[in-house]
Write a protein that binds this ligand. Sequence first.
Ligand SMILES: N[C@@H](CCC(=O)N[C@@H](CS)C(=O)NCC(=O)O)C(=O)O
Length: 218
Amino acid sequence: MTITITAFERSPDGGMGLARDTRVRWALEEVGQPYEVRPVSFRAMKEPAHLALHPFGQIPTYEEGDLALFETGAIVFHIAERHAGLLPDAANARARAMSWMFAALNTVEPPILELVNAKILEGDKPWSAERLPLVQDRVRGRLNQLSARLGNAEWLDGAFSAGDLIMVSVLLRLRPSGTLNEYSNLAAYVARGEARPAYKRAFDAQLAQNTGKPTASQ
Ligand SMILES: N[C@@H](CCC(=O)N[C@@H](CS)C(=O)NCC(=O)O)C(=O)O
């Protein structure tokens, strides 16, 4: 059955891979599932046809036969459940990998998004300079904890899993700020994620879509 995802027609990041379709593409590449992409404009995202798929008018969405999903956590989990390669077989290890997926989305991503918003959406407000250090401290608080837990390990809990896929995707959003480089183990962790062939294919595909240029692997 054909899998179709939606992505920005033109991502605001110009193809840096920070839009959330990249994590879904990455998951599909990891498990070797082909997929099609339906690009949507900002206007189309808020129109009834797209709102029927995504109640909040966002990307990405995922369609497969009768099934339509939104929210990257749910989409990646669905992919990981149905195909080998992203969740361990052992029940407890599987549950722990899911803990990391939720931790990435619920505990690590919110302060990172707050930082992104503080810079992009609130940077011109008179109180912005005063607030920014507080937001940055909240991000560093989480990164300190994550860095301490990861230590010298390659991945968060044994073999690479959907938990790492989401965590690396979330941390990548920090790259433009330079904050990631303050944590050498986290920077190396993200680099390991980016070095995975499946990530590279996903990244190249979204870049090609955003620039209109095919990449070396296409
Ligand atoms: N929690 C959602 C967030 C989705 C989201 O914020 N998507 C962004 C692109 S990365 C979007 O569509 N932004 C445009 C908008 O909200 O109007 C998920 O993980 O899927």
